[in-house]
Design a protein around this ligand. Sequence first.
Ligand code: SF4
Length: 330
Amino acid sequence: MKSAAFWRTTEAGKIQCELCPHHCVIAEKKTGLCGIRRVVDGSLVAAGYGLLSSLHDDPIEKKPLFHFHPGSAIFSIGGWGCNFACRFCQNWQISQAVNAQAQSFRPDEVVQAARDQDSPGIAYTYNEPLINYEFVKDCAQLARSRGLFNVLVTNGFVEEKPAAELLPLIDALNIDIKSMEEAFYKQQCRGALAPVLRFACQAVAVGRHVEITNLLIPGLNDGAEQVGQVSAWMAANLGRLTPLHLSAYHPEYKMDIPSTPTAVLERAFARCKRDLAYVYMGNVLTSAGQNTLCPKCAQELIVRQGYTTRIVGIVNGACRQCGRPADVVM
Ligand code: SF4
């Protein structure tokens, strides 16, 4: 069993995990809220180390990342468990369960599988990757040494110190900002907003490529003022060139509110464009809000249709029409 990082023994002799802001105090043989960090013989172990639920080649646009190696297929892995319990989780079969009998992989097997697929990198995704911190870090270290990049798709709910140790190994992130209201995080997700915002700022501050996803749920977080709070916060804290993906919700897990209407996404899109240069619509059948336009001259830079991506207006990293840098990592 792999030892876990970031835990301590309290003055009362209890084991407390310090990886994420839940700071679970965990009894012998029990796990924390995430379900994969367990106390064994008085120590915290990473019980989910190497246990994977999914391994796929995916378009990088599916993460979603629109400004990082556009058009590439990326080897993507997921494990089990989550430190959130979102009532609308779209991947609840793996996030709200732990299969201890799942096939186990070593980091070198994951990296070799990515290379066998000719993938330029590895995405840690599907469930919350940060709770599998030790495995992600070991894979990312090895992947980096073999010339692959690392992508984290995350809820961003992690303490500052572990984040500081992991971020240098991560090239790009998609971070969920589910709402700008603490009450939403508390009532709908069993989480908290402030640590997520702090993590997003931390990732940008150390120069990582960051894109944000905001899943819009009718009646809960889809008001024009609510989505405007997300884009305004992003512009002020991450920069107005940070891409925002407005994503349609569909009923899943414990939530039966009907799917987000396209008109709601379009209204949110128009509102967020006031603050940000790059806003997209996802998880919905529409041709609007898919393409990347030059913010200076409106030249089409990247055209997307479903998961087919064509780079049409970037020459030597700049807009072919006006020469402005394209804000895209190629
Ligand atoms: S990572 Fe898991 S065990 Fe650790 S504090 Fe968070 S939920 Fe609890």
